[in-house]
Write a protein that binds this ligand. Structure first.
Ligand code: HEC
Length: 159
């Protein structure tokens, strides 16, 4: 029992410490024992918002703005490395969509997160170059890394 309590305390501590380091100014910090789940949702959500905005540019719903895509992708590149710290072993409490498979295949999960960071960095570079076509291609590559992780490690959205 004490062992479990210690583990919970540890998870809580890392939940409180880690996100504070990088989310300042991005999203408001959330306290509480289940903070880590909330923090990663916030991070994912902010990435989702950025991806949506960029996606609208790709679709022509918004004017194509390569410079702002470069900034947005750069922000994803900067914050995404924290993903691996926001999934401490067994943190499926709260209304979480995280699948236990994350901790069974941790290396693959972390590798997907790293791949996403690389693709976001590339998108930032390509967009900074200003070429619309290659920016669109690289945007699609980044989007693929999001969905391939969600396919395997996040509960299906339909149910
Ligand atoms: C390494 C795996 C991984 C990668 C890469 C990843 N995600 Fe996620 N994402 C998850 C998991 C797991 C959840 C569920 C977290 C939870 O509910 O505890 C999630 C949840 C989300 C959510 C829902 C957040 C909420 O409020 O519940 C959004 C939106 C999201 N991701 C967007 C993105 C976008 C956009 C990208 C790419 C730029 C991305 N994700 C890349 C694993 C990943």
């Amino acid at each position: 029992m004490t062992k479990i309590k210690n583990l919970t305390a540890l998870l809580t501590m890392s939940a409180l410490l880690l996100p504070g380091l990088f989310l300042i100014g991005e999203v408001s910090a959330h306290g509480g024992a289940a903070g880590v789940v909330k923090e990663r949702m916030e991070l994912m959500k902010s990435m989702g918002d950025r991806m949506k905005q960029m996606g609208d540019m790709m679709k022509g719903k918004l004017p194509f703005d390569a410079a702002s895509i470069a900034v947005s992708a750069g922000k994803i590149e900067k914050s995404a490395p924290e993903i691996v710290h926001l999934f401490p072993e067994g943190s499926t409490y709260n209304p979480s969509e995280a699948l236990p498979r994350i901790w069974e295949e941790r290396e693959r999960f972390d590798a997907l997160a790293e791949q996403m960071v690389r693709e976001a960095g590339k998108l930032s570079d390509v967009a900074a170059g200003g070429d619309q076509r290659s920016t669109m291609v690289q945007f699609a590559r980044l989007g693929k890394t999001c969905s391939s992780c969600h396919t395997d490690f996040r509960k299906k959205q339909e149910n």
